[in-house]
Design a protein around this ligand. Structure first.
Ligand code: ADP
Ligand code: MG
Length: 591
C-alpha cells in the first residue's frame, strides 16, 4: 500500500525528539509507515490541532507473529467472530495500559487518548480489526500530545513507542500470552469460542429457511437485558427461555452440535399474554437476531431470517411517493395514496409507509409490537365499523392484510398483540407468554375464535398487488453544504447530517451501532458521487451497495479507510434514503 521505504521505530523516536516543542502542524510529517520489531505502524491521518478529531493510525501484525490458531480465521464467519473478539481485547488493553478513559491527560485537547471503535453485544463485520489469513490489522485513533499548541514529543514517544506496542502485544499477539499468562490456553480458548459461536450463529440463520422457519430461540437463551440503555444480559432473576413442546425444533450446528429450541414457522404468528409477562422482550430479541451475538450474550443462539424488518408507527417522519394504497385510501382532500408523500406522516400512514418500503427493499418477515404500533392501523372492531362506515375510514387495518401479505407475497409476520382477539382469526399460531414462559395456545385461540364471533366484517378484500420499486432522482441526493462539495456526518447512532438535511434514524431500531450509521452515511455519499445527474430505482441502488461491500469490503465505501465502519443491511440503508427530507422519488410507472 505504502510504496516508500519504511522507516523504523528508532527513526520515529528521532523524529519526535526533533519535533518536540515545535508548532502542532509539524506533526503532519509523521504520516507514513514505521517498522516495529513485531508489527508495522501506519500513521494515516494527522489531526490539525490538539482539539480536532484525533489522528488515525493502524497496525499490521504479520500472521506468523500474531500466531492465531488457524481455525480462528478459517472462513468468513469465524474471521468476523475473531475480529470482534480482538477488538474487545484491544479496548481492554487500552484501558489497562493507557488509563481508564483511553488515556488523555498528556496535555491539551485530546492529548494522549487512544481509542478503538469497540463492538457492543452484536457481532458484525467491522473495520476496527480485520483478520486476513492470520494477518491482523487494527485501526484506532491517537490524540497526538501537545502543550498548548506545541508538540509534546516526549509524551508522543511514550504513546507511540511504549503504549501502542504494549497494547498490540497484549491484545493481538497470542504467543505473548502463552509466555505471560499462567493459563496460556485461556485466551486461545476464548478466541476459539468467539469464532465457534459466530460460525454457529450464521449456520443457524442459514438453516432457518431449510426448516421453513423465520426465527429460532434456543432453549436456555436469556432474552431480557440489563436495562433500556444497557444491552448486556439481565444478571439477576432472568428466566431462561424454554420452547413449548409443539414448537420444539432441533437444528445441528457445526460446533455446538444439536441445539433444541422454539422454531417459528413462516406465516402469521401472534405473541399474546398479560402485561409485563415478557412479550416485547421476546420480540426485541427476534428483532436483534438478524445479527449475531457475542458468546455469553444470551441471544447467541437466537436467529431471525436476515430479511426481517421491525415495523412501527413513526409519526412525524417524511414520506416520499410511497404506494400505501393497500392500507390507506380515500384520504381527506383526495390525497393520492398510490404515491403518498408527506412532510409529517401520521401514526397510521407512517406505519403503512414503513411496511411498503420494507417490501420494496425485499423484507420477508415483519415484526410488530403493539407497544409501538398505531392502534387504528392494527385493528378496527365491529362496533367501530358500525359507527364509522368504511367509506369514511381510509384505513384497511393490518388484521385484514396480514394474510394477503403472506399468501400473495410470502411475507410472514410476528405480532405482539396482547390487546385484541381479532387477530385469532388470521393467525397460524399463537404463543402466550406467562411469567416469561412461552406456551402454545393456538388451539385454544382457534376454538375461541370459532365459538365467539366478533361480528366484524372483513375489509379491503382485494389483492395487495405488485410492489413496484420507486425511482430516485439522484440530483436530489445532494451532500453539498455551503462551500463544501460533500458534508456528510453521522451524529451518533441516531442521525446523519447530509448536506443541508438531517436524516432522523432514532426509531430505526435495527441500526444497533454508531459505526453502522457512519457506514450508511458513507454509502449515501458514494451514491451521490456516483449517480449525480441520473436516476435509479431504489432496490437496484441497494443491490449495488450490497454487492460493493460483499466484493470489496467496507473500505469500498470510503477511500480514507476509517476504522469505525460497521456493516449495515440493505433495509437500514433504505431507511436512511427514505427519511432524507429533500429526496425526490417517483413511483415506477405501472405497466
Ligand atoms: P410485556 O411486553 O409482556 O408487557 P416486557 O417484555 O416488556 O413485557 O417485560 C416486562 C419486564 O420483564 C421487563 O423489565 C423485562 O426486562 C422483564 N423480563 C422479560 N423477560 C424476562 C425473563 N425471561 N426473565 C426475567 N425478566 C424478564
Ligand atoms: Mg410490551
Amino acid at each position: 500500500m505504502n510504496t516508500r521505504t519504511n522507516r523504523n521505530d528508532r527513526e520515529l523516536l528521532e523524529m519526535l525528539r526533533r519535533l518536540d516543542g515545535g508548532g502542532y502542524p509539524a506533526y503532519k510529517e509523521l504520516r507514513g509507515a514505521y517498522a516495529f520489531p513485531r508489527f508495522t505502524l501506519h500513521v494515516d491521518h494527522v489531526q490539525g490541532d490538539p482539539f480536532a478529531a484525533p489522528s488515525r493510525v493502524h497496525v499490521v501484525v504479520p500472521a506468523e507473529i500474531a500466531a492465531l490458531p488457524a481455525r480462528s480465521y478459517a472462513g468468513e464467519s469465524r474471521a468476523i467472530g475473531t475480529a470482534s473478539f480482538l477488538t474487545r481485547q484491544f479496548e481492554t488493553a487500552v484501558r489497562r495500559i493507557s488509563g481508564s478513559a483511553g488515556g488523555g491527560g498528556l496535555g491539551s485537547g485530546k492529548s494522549g487518548t487512544i481509542a478503538i471503535d469497540a463492538p457492543g453485544q452484536s457481532v458484525i463485520a467491522r473495520t476496527s480489526v480485520m483478520v486476513r489469513e492470520g494477518e491482523v490489522e487494527a485501526r484506532f485513533t491517537v490524540g497526538l500530545p501537545a502543550n498548548g499548541r506545541r508538540i509534546n514529543g516526549r509524551a508522543a514517544a511514550k504513546m507511540l513507542l511504549d503504549q501502542v506496542p504494549a497494547i498490540v502485544e497484549q491484545a493481538l499477539i497470542m504467543t505473548e500470552h502463552a509466555e505471560a499468562h499462567a493459563e496460556p490456553h485461556a485466551l486461545t480458548d476464548a478466541l476459539t469460542t468467539a469464532a465457534d459461536t459466530n460460525e454457529d450463529a450464521d449456520a443457524l440463520r442459514a438453516a432457518l429457511t431449510e426448516y421453513g422457519l423465520v426465527a429460532f430461540v434456543a432453549n436456555g437463551a436469556v432474552l431480557p437485558r440489563r436495562s433500556g440503555i444497557d444491552d448486556r444480559p439481565l444478571e439477576q432473576g432472568a428466566v431462561p427461555f424454554v420452547s413449548p413442546p409443539a414448537f420444539e425444533t432441533t437444528i445441528t450446528l457445526p460446533n455446538a452440535g444439536a441445539v433444541t429450541g422454539m422454531g417459528i414457522p413462516e406465516g402469521v404468528t401472534l405473541i399474546v399474554g398479560g402485561g409485563f409477562h415478557g412479550k416485547s422482550t421476546l420480540l426485541a430479541a427476534l428483532e436483534r437476531a438478524v445479527y449475531n451475538h457475542r458468546p455469553g450474550d444470551g441471544r447467541d443462539r437466537v436467529a431471525t431470517i436476515a430479511s426481517a424488518v421491525k415495523i412501527r408507527a413513526e409519526d412525524g417522519r417524511a414520506v416520499s411517493s410511497v404506494d400505501i394504497s393497500p392500507f390507506i385510501n380515500n384520504l381527506p382532500g383526495n390525497r393520492a395514496t398510490h404515491a403518498f408523500s408527506s412532510e409529517n406522516a401520521s401514526g397510521s400512514t407512517s406505519q403503512a409507509a414503513n411496511i411498503m418500503e420494507a417490501l420494496e427493499a425485499g423484507a420477508k418477515l415483519l415484526l410488530i409490537d403493539e407497544d409501538t404500533a398505531a392502534t387504528n392501523f392494527m385493528i378496527r372492531d365491529a362496533r367501530m365499523q358500525e359507527l364509522i362506515a368504511k367509506d369514511s375510514e381510509p384505513i384497511t387495518p393490518f388484521v385484514d392484510r396480514v394474510r394477503a401479505l403472506y399468501e400473495e407475497h410470502g411475507v410472514s409476520s410476528i405480532l405482539v398483540a396482547g390487546g385484541s382477539g381479532d387477530y385469532f382469526d388470521v393467525a397460524d399460531r399463537v404463543i402466550a407468554m406467562r411469567e416469561y414462559e412461552a406456551r402454545d395456545v393456538t388451539e385454544e385461540a382457534q376454538s375461541i375464535a370459532a365459538r365467539m364471533q366478533t361480528g366484524r366484517a372483513r375489509e379491503g378484500g382485494g389483492p395487495i398487488g405488485e410492489v413496484l420499486p420507486r425511482v430516485i432522482d439522484l440530483t436530489s441526493l445532494d451532500p453539498r453544504r455551503g462551500r463544501r462539495a460533500e458534508s456528510v456526518r453521522a451524529r451518533g447512532r441516531r442521525a446523519i447530517e447530509f448536506g443541508h438535511g438531517t436524516i432522523d434514524l432514532a426509531l430505526v431500531s435495527q441500526i444497533v451501532e454508531r459505526g453502522q450509521t457512519r457506514a450508511i452515511g458513507a454509502a449515501l455519499a458514494l451514491l451521490a458521487r456516483e449517480g449525480a445527474g441520473s436516476t435509479a430505482n431504489l432496490p437496484a441502488l441497494l443491490d449495488r451497495i450490497e454487492d460493493l461491500i460483499e466484493n470489496h469490503g467496507l473500505d469500498a465505501l470510503d477511500s480514507r479507510r476509517p476504522g469505525d465502519l460497521v456493516r449495515f443491511r440493505r433495509f437500514e440503508l433504505a431507511a436512511a434514503l427514505n427519511r432524507l427530507r429533500t429526496i425526490r422519488m417517483a413511483p415506477l410507472d405501472r405497466p
